[in-house]
Ligand binder design. Structure first.
Ligand code: FAD
Length: 178
């Protein structure tokens, strides 16, 4: 399925399953998995004439190997983002000031709007808006558990396993006990 941003008036283009388009109508790298990106690049290599009509980025044919200094795909971006977010909870004060709590809530709202994968961002904003999912930031443990639940919501959406949130601190702050 090809998903698109603000481009509903654009003519349909042929992209492999899983390629997500951005608001400019071009494939959104940070919204698409490496596998779909490579499939798109292969399509271009195998059928260069039709590919020229689908406005593929120039670099796709040459980066099938995905060197580590390529722009991130949806998974690399996600993994790096969760690493940052959980690490923030791990170093969050045990007793944060009121001011920091407000700033943290604001940060999460801004983060959800700026997240580079727009489909992910939209779903995350929707999740955040539900009353029961309001950020809990009054202590390190609360914030760490809340982030774990946020991550689990995405895990479940993607058909992945739910993480045991009693172990968030072992995973992200102290290291495993055994
Ligand atoms: P990740 O899910 O990135 O997890 C990294 C590590 O965190 C794991 O190895 C594990 O040790 C640990 N972990 C896993 N779950 C938890 C948890 N609940 N609490 C604490 N630690 C945990 N991808 C999409 O394809 N579609 C989306 O809509 C989407 N939305 C996203 C929204 C946000 C806000 C973010 C940050 C990412 C989103 N992603 C989305 C990316 C997705 O969540 C994964 O990061 C990506 O699929 C890579 O997964 P992974 O298996 O490498 O591990």
């Amino acid at each position: 399925t090809v998903e698109s941003g603000d481009n509903t008036n654009l003519p349909p283009k042929k992209f492999p399953k899983g390629v997500v388009l951005g608001a400019d109508g071009k494939p959104c790298r940070s919204c698409t998995s490496v596998a779909s990106w490579i499939a798109m690049a292969k399509q271009k290599t195998q059928n260069p004439v039709s590919a020229t009509t689908t406005t593929l980025p120039a670099e796709t044919a040459s980066d099938l190997q995905q060197p580590s200094d390529c722009p991130p795909d949806v998974e690399k971006l996600g993994w790096s983002s969760w690493t940052l977010l959980h690490s923030i909870t791990a170093t969050y004060p045990v007793r944060p000031s009121q001011e920091l709590q407000q700033e943290t809530t604001q940060f999460l709202s801004t983060f959800s709007k700026l997240y580079p994968c727009w489909t992910c961002a939209q779903d995350f904003q929707r999740w955040l808006k539900e009353d029961r999912n309001a950020p809990r930031v009054s202590s390190r443990d609360e914030f760490g558990r809340w982030m774990c639940e946020a991550h689990n919501a995405v895990n479940i959406k993607l058909g992945k396993e739910r993480f045991d949130c009693d172990r968030w601190e072992e995973r992200w702050r102290t290291g495993w006990k055994d």
